[in-house]
Design a binder for this molecule. Sequence first.
Ligand code: NAI
Length: 245
Amino acid sequence: MAKTAIITGSARGIGAAIALKLAQSGFNVALNDLNEKSFEGTDIIAECEKFGITAKAYYADVSKSDECEKLAKAVKEDFGEISALVNNAGITRDGLIARMSDEQYDMVIAVNQKSVFNMTKFVSNIMLRQKYGRIVNIASVAGLYGNPGQMNYSASKAAVIGMTKTAAKELGRKNITVNAVAPGFISTPMTDKLTEEQKAKMLEAIAMRRYGTPEEVAEVVDFLCSDKASYVTGQVIEISGGLSM
Ligand code: NAI
């Protein structure tokens, strides 16, 4: 039986690249995003199915506990098991500290941080019974080193790193590994929003003098979801072209 992976926020960007890569590796993929509209104009489901696996879209706001419970249940019912969970859904609402609103702060924490608790809670419950699982959380270099204008975002991603280590310690004895990746500057719709000035400044700090691609993040996530990474847990792997040395 093919293994199944859930990837949150996977209609586009890094999540879509991860879904495609895991499909290529033989996983059935449960793609999640906010709603039907999120998938408009993409053919990600068909692209995944070209690899001969089953791909299906599930609509849920992963910041909401009840929607995550339904999502985990539906995927288990449809595919019979869940081997991998990739907590990828994330947003930015940047602003300088003095000007950041409570809404900006709370929303980023809810989507980037609470979602990881929600999904890990309901999916690990299934993985515990299977005595097998791979969980990969998409953190960020902002969570390791901070970034001006991102107090909300860096807080959420630093939390994700702590949550990764706690979950790794709690779930390890049941053969469930939990790791995080911390991408640097990856070209996606999220980073398209930055000004040319911000992008040029970032480039200078990257040892490899180029931005990363979603596919380069997906390769590392695929490794962590595979049996090749069977003794790797509680780790944070930077994918940043040497941004932060
Ligand atoms: P993106 O904005 O291109 O895609 C994010 C996807 O998540 C979208 O399809 C969006 O609809 C979905 N989403 C947002 N809120 C959701 C919710 N509440 N429930 C379900 N789905 C939701 O972003 P990108 O760049 O692909 O980022 C993916 C992850 O990688 C995020 O966690 C982000 O913080 C992280 N990351 C991105 C970096 C970059 O340079 N692009 C760098 C470091 C980390």
